[in-house]
Design a protein around this ligand. Structure first.
Ligand code: URA
Length: 210
């Protein structure tokens, strides 16, 4: 993947995203749309995966057929909203290994602090896809990717649903080697770090909390 930022402008993605943005969309529908859209985004974020061939027999003849090469890829959910994207991606890539990174923001320093970290082994040999629906300030995404690199990851992609220009810039400055795939690049962040026009708090909307 050569572009730093890929916006998936497929009509189905854009249509589903509009439904998700609407404030009256229910939790159940929001969750279902997120599952569907994350499969479509997974299709894009896995573009260009290394391939090999293997000999198979069709009912007609033998052939050298294309198959994915290398170690199983690692999906890393950035808690908690990342779990909403994870489900759909896993449906498309059921054999992927899964990890979780939990970070919270220290109210005094405003810096992300790790509270949970559990990832698959041999990260250095896997394509690692970190998932978090909202790339807002980018601070927690940068911190999560710092941790993944410290754990050995070398080939990382970042998948989100919405990105703010501020978050993309922060990620580009800290991790220019990590391509970002998103359904939309919104206008800006508001004064409390929410994406505008956005869709509100992604975690609250997918889990029905407030
Ligand atoms: N996280 C969210 O859930 N929503 C935003 O708009 C920004 C960060």
């Amino acid at each position: 993947m050569s572009e730093h930022l890929t916006i998936v402008d497929h009509p189905l993605v854009q249509h589903k995203l509009t439904l998700m943005r609407e404030k009256n969309t229910s939790t159940a529908v929001f969750r279902q749309l997120l599952r569907e859209i994350s499969q479509l985004l997974a299709y894009e974020v896995t573009r260009g995966l290394p391939m090999t061939t293997k000999k198979i027999e069709t009912p007609m003849t033998e052939m050298d057929a294309p198959t994915l090469d290398g170690k199983k890829l690692a999906l890393i959910s950035i808690l908690r909203a990342g779990n909403g994207l994870l489900d759909g991606v896993l449906e498309l890539i059921p054999s992927a290994r899964v990890g979780f990174v939990g970070l919270y923001r220290d109210e005094e320093t405003l810096q992300p602090v790790q509270y949970y970290f559990k990832v698959p082994d041999a990260l250095e040999d896997r394509l690692v896809i970190a998932v978090d629906p909202m790339l807002a300030t980018g601070n927690s995404s940068v911190a999560a990717i710092d941790l993944l690199k410290k754990a050995g990851a070398k080939n990382i992609r970042f998948l989100c649903l919405l990105a703010a220009p501020e978050g993309v810039a922060t990620m580009r400055a800290a991790h220019p080697d990590v391509p970002i795939v998103t359904a939309a690049l919104d206008e800006k962040l508001n004064e409390v770090g929410y994406i505008m026009p956005g869709l509100g708090d992604a975690g609250d909307r997918m889990f029905g909390t407030k």
